[in-house]
Design a protein around this ligand. Sequence first.
Ligand SMILES: NC(=O)c1ccc[n+]([C@@H]2O[C@H](COP(=O)([O-])OP(=O)(O)OC[C@H]3O[C@@H](n4cnc5c(N)ncnc54)[C@H](OP(=O)(O)O)[C@@H]3O)[C@@H](O)[C@H]2O)c1
Length: 355
Amino acid sequence: MNAVAIAPQAQSAPRTAVVLLGTGVVGRALLTLLGTPAARSLRLVGAANSKRQHVLAEGVAPGDVAQHLARGREGRDNAPLLAALDAAGAERKVVIDATACATEASRHAEWLAAGYHVVTANKALAGGHLSGWRALQQATSTGSVYGDAATVGAGLPVLSTLRRLRHCGDSLLTLEGVFSGSLSWLFNQYDGSRPFSALLRDARRLGFTEPDPRSDLSGEDVARKLLIIARNAGFALGSDEVEVESLVPEALRGVDTATFLDRLEELDEPLRARHAQAATNGKVLRYLARLNQRGRARVGLVEVGPDHPAARLSGTDNQFALTTTRYHATPLVIQGPGAGPEITAQALLGDVLAL
Ligand SMILES: NC(=O)c1ccc[n+]([C@@H]2O[C@H](COP(=O)([O-])OP(=O)(O)OC[C@H]3O[C@@H](n4cnc5c(N)ncnc54)[C@H](OP(=O)(O)O)[C@@H]3O)[C@@H](O)[C@H]2O)c1
């Protein structure tokens, strides 16, 4: 059996005990942050990937998690993780969800109702079926906190700003923006000089897309973010009430990833035609999320003129333009890097520390 590293703060009861679900790109970046002085008030008592977990109420050194998971034999079961949170004797017990797993997300409300705080990058509950959102609202009314900064804009202050405005009696009228780093980069680059498929290959190589780029091109992730913002603004939208324009041709939706990657050129002609039409109109293409005053929500390709804020985006930047009763003449625009493991992990840590 491996020697168990005890975190330095394990001697006395910690203020906050945390468990981490998901040790992928974001989870690993969070483990790095948990090893810094900024996280000294926290004790990590367990971590899990999809198959294994390592649990110790006395504390796990964040830097040793990968080794424990690689060598350990503990299978996945949330009960010991929650038991370690209870056993740590901390004032606050937090489950951090850095997975994209819908099954874990479906447990968030249950954990909140049981007195655990939940801090999440996983959008599947808040951006999923309306019944899940409603369960979440009910569960947080008990005093447990749902930290969701990382679900939208990788921690750009979108949800916090919206809540602050609402707290002051302001209300969201319309919302528009570019909510996907990969789609932002693709359409900021696409000027018709190179085929879209070539840009998509570049974006994938640079790590801007998911390994299967259909996750980005389908628009579903953007739709989930739109739902999260809209619901936080008071629009109780069902997941079927967002009109989603997928950029994945019908014939490529059911094929495996390797086949899709082999046939990327099939995306080129429809997008070339859309781009040419936009150029004729003096416009450019942007993949926008939009919510209008009547609660109509749509994500998809839009032609925008050179004066539109989205026309001036660069890199993988996200943009959120909020028109409210008080930000009425011009919208409040929040813009900046909206993806990336370090800033997403920081958003998670920020939500934990804010407890
Ligand atoms: N990457 C970004 O820049 C970014 C930005 C904002 C938000 N997010 C969100 O952050 C979340 C994580 O993204 P990522 O890029 O880190 O994904 P990732 O690299 O694919 O990592 C996902 C992790 O979750 C684990 N996992 C899956 N099911 C699990 C379960 N039931 N219990 C415990 N662990 C489980 C996986 O385990 P295995 O290792 O065993 O597969 C993996 O370690 C996603 O919801 C994503 O949408 C990501």
